[in-house]
Design a protein around this ligand. Structure first.
Ligand SMILES: O=C(O)CCC(=O)C(=O)O
Length: 279
């Protein structure tokens, strides 16, 4: 496949940087296919694209799936409803490890976020390779988790936010009344790479189905601690214009909230699979 860029791995487990990407002629099918190959292999990829237009952001999103119009975040407006604005000045924050929206039956598979306004320091985002974390489990633990399913509940982070006084009671009730949750397998098989990944997060996963609550809590606590080992993590210090694309079937992410009262603004698109992902 002929492309105009090179891929530089940023770590053994996860992350790669796309270098010398020339978008003057836009996203050709070859570029898009090569970006997808890099994404599947490295799970989170970095592009330096300060001149990327909203139209190009959409082209990229449409290649990976059906772009989502986010239910509660604001967006760029007419024609660009799929480009979500996440701005700390609007009170938006995602200071927690999560896959995107796993309380949905078919959550977004890929997310692509570009930094627009950054604080002088801080505001890094981290990703965990849930495939590498899965590979590192003992054979006994792999046997244990394979075949189990766990609930993912949108109320879970809202309850935490309420406890931290980070959300109004009105907003809390609004979200809780939506009652969005879904049961997902604890281990996903990536439809392209065939790699297995743990599919749980401390943000949304409440409990393992059919397991005694104390055991479920203990197993989940162990698995979350296991996944958060630094050797599975890639941390990115953003520059304005950087775009990260990540594969929600392989990674979880955490945007660190350590820059208040400064502003941090990101433009983000996430996409749904055109056919449901396989377990
Ligand atoms: O702002 C970021 O770096 C990521 C925010 C986030 O968690 C998300 O877009 O799902």
């Amino acid at each position: 496949m002929s492309t105009n860029f090179t891929v530089r791995p940023l770590g053994p487990a996860i992350g790669a940087e796309i270098l010398n990407l020339d978008l003057r002629a836009g996203f050709s099918p070859e570029i898009l296919q090569s970006l997808e190959a890099a994404l599947v292999q490295h799970e989170a990829i970095l592009m330096h694209v300060p001149d990327l237009t909203p139209e190009q952001h959409l082209v990229l999103a449409q290649y990976f799936g059906d772009p989502e119009v986010h239910t509660f975040y604001p967006n760029l407006g007419k024609g660009f409803e799929e480009i979500t604005i996440i701005d700390s000045k609007l009170g938006d924050r995602a200071d927690m490890w999560h896959h995107d929206e796993t309380f949905l039956p078919s959550p977004p598979i890929v997310t692509m976020t570009q930094a627009k306004i950054l604080p002088p320091t801080g505001g890094d985002t981290c990703w965990i390779s849930m495939t590498t974390a899965y590979d590192a489990l003992s054979p006994r633990m792999k046997d244990y988790v394979n075949g189990l399913s766990a609930w993912h509940d949108m109320n879970c982070p809202m309850t935490a936010a309420l406890r931290h006084n980070a959300v109004t009671h009105e907003r809390y009730l609004q979200v809780v009344n939506m009652a969005k949750r879904h049961l997902h397998p604890m281990v996903l098989t990536h439809p392209i790479s065939g790699r297995k990944a743990l599919y749980i997060s401390p943000t949304y996963t409440t409990h393992i189905e059919g397991i005694d609550p104390a055991e479920s809590n203990a197993i989940l606590a162990y698995l979350h601690a296991h996944c958060q080992h630094v050797k599975f993590v890639h941390r990115h210090r953003w520059q304005v214009g950087d775009m990260m694309i990540w594969d929600n079937r392989s990674v979880i992410h955490h945007a660190i909230l350590d820059y208040q009262p400064h502003q941090r603004r990101m433009h983000r698109a996430s996409v749904f699979a055109r056919a449901p992902h396989t377990a």
